[in-house]
Design a protein around this ligand. Structure first.
Ligand code: ZN
Length: 135
């Protein structure tokens, strides 16, 4: 795995949190994006090399809604950039990790993503993400 690509933070109110993080990081949100398949609205910030992703649920069946109910607002996942997500998924499966999706799926911010079950990773939800390259 390469660098930490971003840290995902679950928030109850995206609009208020965008304002908060703009003041906190002293930088503008560079992108907001709805991921309809995941029932989330997202907002992204760049801080140097790193990114912060804010996630708000858009429906009760959203994983973010469940997370907020159980744990409240806070760090939801850590995303690592990978060069070859399929190879990395295979490697992790062989290591015995439980992947939450069998195939990479389209995530926010032009990424193919896969999540690893937090029961295998000390309670931290891990996201693998590979930049989608348009040729
Ligand atoms: Zn993410």
């Amino acid at each position: 795995m390469n660098k930490i690509e971003h840290i995902g933070i679950a928030v109850r109110n995206l609009e208020k949190s965008i304002d908060l993080y703009q003041r906190l990081l002293n930088t503008d949100c560079y992108k907001t994006e709805q991921v309809a398949s995941e029932f989330v609205n997202t907002a992204f910030f760049k801080t140097g090399e790193n990114k912060v992703e804010l996630l708000e649920a858009t429906a009760a069946e959203s994983a973010i809604a469940t997370f907020l109910e159980k744990k409240g607002e806070g760090i939801h996942h850590i995303a690592f950039a990978v060069d070859d997500i399929l190879a990395e998924m295979d490697r992790l499966k062989n290591e015995g990790f439980v992947l939450l999706n069998d195939q990479p799926k389209k995530g926010a911010d032009n990424k193919m993503v896969c999540f690893i079950h937090p029961k295998d990773t000390n309670g931290v939800l891990i996201e693998l993400c590979q930049e989608i390259k348009w040729v």
